[in-house]
Design a protein around this ligand. Structure first.
Ligand code: ZN
Length: 237
């Protein structure tokens, strides 16, 4: 487990395919995303190795329903007794993860086939809490609805810590700040507008950004997102 800033840990034990995070605060632990279905035991072992009691995980926030973010949520909820929260629009997909399909039609049968294998089978996770845009969670996160990659995708802003947990609204693969892959982003136009919103409405409120994919940005995050947005939208005119 690696500390990114005080209070925020990355569960790097699960490897580099996806990142999930642990928020440590005065009322316990909050898990943000849960890795693939096969990551459950690694996450439990990582908590135990740090003497973090499982029952101290009180909340699991899901940025969106993809297999690499929702994968271990059902089993982790069972192991910890935590409540699970997501955006109100994402509720349907948490309850029916198999309804999530890639944007490209030719990948749809591949996805259907993969789901036959237990390691790719995401268990449904009916959420206990539903969030709306602008809502503040007890941990101090402002929920920002950032649709496009999925319809109910959220990013989380902690203003006091000047931290943005981007989820898959943005990627930093290979250290290059960019939009998520269009293959898995059915509405690229809406995803771009979401990043525009992050820049225009919240761009002065964060320095650190952590991602579902790619290493964290530790400085000038708001500025970096603003630059990306000006590149995206100037290339369209
Ligand atoms: Zn992802």
């Amino acid at each position: 487990m690696q500390q990114i800033i005080p209070g925020l840990w990355e569960l790097d034990e699960i490897g580099d395919r996806v990142h999930c995070y642990l928020w440590e605060w005065e009322r316990g632990l909050t898990l943000i995303d849960t890795g693939f279905p096969t990551d459950v035991h690694t996450i439990i072992d990582a908590l135990t190795a740090r003497n973090m009691a499982l029952h101290n995980v009180r909340r699991i926030i899901i940025t969106h329903c993809d297999i690499d973010h929702l994968g271990s949520a059902a089993k982790l909820r069972k192991a910890t007794g935590a409540v699970v929260g997501c955006h109100s629009v994402e509720k349907e997909l948490l309850e029916n993860p198999n309804r999530r399909t890639p944007a490209s039609w030719y990948l749809k049968p591949v996805f259907a086939l993969l789901r036959q294998a237990p390691q790719f089978n995401v268990l449904p996770v009916p959420p206990n809490e539903l969030y709306v845009d602008g809502e503040e969670t007890p941990e101090g996160f402002t929920v920002i609805h950032t649709p496009g990659h999925t319809a109910g995708h959220i990013s989380l802003l902690h203003r006091k810590k000047r931290l943005l947990i981007a989820g898959d609204a943005l990627h930093n693969r290979g250290g290059k700040l960019q939009m998520p892959s269009p293959v898995f982003t059915p509405r690229v136009d809406i995803a771009q507008r979401s990043v525009w919103k992050l820049a225009k409405k919240y761009g002065d409120d964060f320095d650190t950004i952590v991602f579902g994919h790619g290493p964290p940005i530790l400085q000038n995050g708001g500025h970096r997102v603003k630059s990306l947005v000006s590149r995206i939208f100037s290339s369209e005119v």
